[in-house]
Design a protein around this ligand. Structure first.
Ligand SMILES: *Cc1c(COP(=O)(O)O)cnc(C)c1O
Length: 384
């Protein structure tokens, strides 16, 4: 059996090696390292793929989030509501801009932000909601957009984990993750579903004025060279990363399909176990429908109910099977983000999830033998 990896970037590289190597040597010869032709071409190709009017590439997913908030003109003291159960980047940029983060609980089955908790947290100072499409599946965007409209709030989708996922609205409309809010951010960190070979990110929006503002902001607030109209940042995607992303974008749907197929095999093997809750997909397809891409499985995350999650992590690692705990501490308990206004009873779900979740290896190169090996180890351990 091939050695099992949490993420296998090398195997994926083999499939695009010639194209990537040729593009990189072309860039080295042309010396167009920043904002070269590949960056512009990638921007257009991603706009077409997503069906969104504007893609603005930038240096990473954290910058993308920050620039979204700057572009919307959020001001110190404005409250921004986001999920307690996510990667810290989301709350970090809120705090950096001197906005006030308001963390709320998530749903126990999808791990996504709980809309009822958002509603409860809205105050006259609330300006924006940041739903994170966690682990590859969209938050409840119909309800979030409705709530935002009612209270006149911006919605910033953090789409770092769900690029390529499709959201189906109540009326049957299908839209790509990251194209439904006022603006969205994504990350091309190597391990993301569409990852480059360094850092990278992008912002998406259908709003022409906002797109214009943001295009200047990512490049020192310049709309004309050496004229600085607003305070900006230096956040650019470099040409080499854009070339890698151009080689991968046409394969993104097939990459995501491979992830769904691996998820289906995991779920089929693990179903019926009393101590395991399988990941839920919102389209009732169990993540196994070949034509449905409601979930792109950035992570395949189980809940282990018998208090043996930590022991299972050790057991898998002892058997050379990597796994991850995303996330072991809720944001409201992180030292950097403690706030006396938070009440523990408002975080019942995240406080429970951090002790139960475990993410199994998930990437495009997993084979049947590896999946069977992993699921056998899990089943034999948790049923005892
Ligand atoms: C990865 C990630 C980010 C940050 O992206 P970087 O490119 O690493 O800065 C932000 N939000 C979420 C939910 C992520 O998973």
């Amino acid at each position: 059996m091939k050695k099992i990896q949490m993420v296998d970037l090398k195997g994926q590289y083999e499939g695009i090696k010639t194209e990537v190597n040729n593009s990189i040597s072309e860039i080295l010869n042309s010396s167009a390292f920043i904002n070269g032709p590949h960056v512009h071409a990638f921007q257009k190709e991603l706009e077409d793929y997503l069906g969104v009017k504007h893609v603005i590439p930038c240096a990473n997913g954290t910058d993308a989030l920050q620039i979204c908030m700057m572009g919307l003109g959020l001001q110190p003291g404005d409250e921004v509501i986001t999920a307690d159960f996510t990667f810290a980047a989301t709350v970090e940029v809120i705090a950096l801009l001197n906005l006030t983060p308001v963390l709320v609980d998530v749903e126990p089955d999808t791990f996504n932000i709980d809309v009822k908790a958002i509603e409860k947290a809205i105050t006259p100072r609330t300006k924006a909601i940041v739903p994170v499409h966690l682990f590859g599946q969209c938050a409840d965007m119909d309800a979030i957009m409705e709530l935002a409209k009612k209270h006149n709030l911006y919605v910033i989708e953090d789409n770092a984990q769900a690029i390529g996922a499709t959201y189906t609205s109540k009326d049957g409309t299908k839209q790509k993750a990251g194209t439904m809010g006022h603006v969205a951010s994504t990350s091309f960190f190597p391990s993301k579903n569409l990852g480059c070979y360094g850092d990278g990110g992008a912002i998406f929006t259908n709003d022409d004025d906002l797109a214009h503002t943001i295009r200047g902001m990512v490049n020192h607030g310049m709309y004309k060279r050496y004229y600085h109209d607003v305070v900006g940042v230096n956040s650019r995607l470099d040409s080499i990363q854009a070339a890698v992303l151009r080689a991968k974008l046409p394969k993104l749907d097939s990459y995501n399909k491979k992830r769904r197929e691996a998820a289906k095999k995991y779920s089929e093997a693990l179903k019926g176990q009393a101590n395991i809750i399988l990941p839920k997909t919102t389209n009732d397809c169990d993540g196994i429908c070949d034509t449905c891409d409601c979930h792109v499985f950035h992570q395949y995350t189980l809940r282990i109910l018998n208090g043996k999650r930590d022991a299972l992590v050790e057991h898998l690692n002892a058997n050379d099977v990597p796994c991850g705990v995303y996330y072991p501490v809720p944001l409201h308990k992180q030292k950097a983000y403690l706030d006396e206004r938070y009440k523990e009873e408002d975080f019942g779900v995240t406080n429970q999830l951090i002790n139960e979740v475990i993410s199994l290896p998930m990437h495009t190169e997993l084979d049947d033998e590896q999946i069977q090996h992993i699921t056998n180890l899990v089943i034999n351990f948790v049923k005892e």
